[in-house]
Design a protein around this ligand. Structure first.
Ligand code: AMP
Length: 164
């Protein structure tokens, strides 16, 4: 049995360097995890109207021993290392890491909300999440189950990773 809390993290971005940055982010997350599994990579429609560039999205499930805030700091650090700078909300970005679930924790603070507020509302999260459901079934909130089972959208294109 791997040690640590079960954590679900989404990785995405919409620049040409993004797939490479996502792979690096996953490798970095693997170094701080006792277990990691990765969804396929998805090409998805942009959200929010600020950019026309499609996004790449994937989801990872890990087990780690960091507190939620420390994990958020690590995610921000990985984004920074890969070239992300603070920018427009919903704008173009090389890499975005969001903590979707941290065990069964529910918190709302100024810097961290768990489960992530977009969870259960965005198909770019739902599609990869659905693939990995068996790995985090014990912590999945009930409202998400309908989405995970029922929804599908044509505009989401799924790729299988060639290498990680
Ligand atoms: P982003 O635009 O995804 O880089 O996130 C902007 C801010 O959202 C971050 O700096 C966090 O402080 C905040 N945030 C709140 N909840 C979360 C979460 N569950 N995962 C990641 N960021 C979060």
């Amino acid at each position: 049995m791997s040690k640590g809390k079960t954590v679900v993290i989404s990785v995405g971005g919409n620049l040409k360097e993004t797939p490479c940055a996502i792979k690096s982010a996953i490798l970095l997350l693997a170094r701080i995890s006792s277990f990691i599994t990765v969804s396929s990579l998805y090409l998805t429609s942009p959200w929010g109207g600020k950019t026309k560039m499609p996004f790449f999205n994937a989801v990872v499930v890990t087990k780690c021993s960091f507190s939620p805030i420390t994990l958020l700091t690590i995610c921000k650090e990985i984004e920074f290392i890969k070239g992300r700078r603070v920018g427009e909300v919903w704008g173009d970005r090389i890499l975005d890491l969001d903590i979707l679930l941290y065990s069964n924790l529910r918190i709302t603070t100024e810097i961290l909300t768990l489960p992530h507020p977009s969870l259960g509302r965005r198909n770019y999260l739902i599609a990869p999440l659905r693939e990995l459901l068996p790995f985090y079934e014990d912590i999945v909130p009930h409202y998400l189950i309908d989405w995970l089972i029922g929804k599908d959208k044509d505009y989401i294109k799924r790729f299988v990773w060639k290498c990680v």
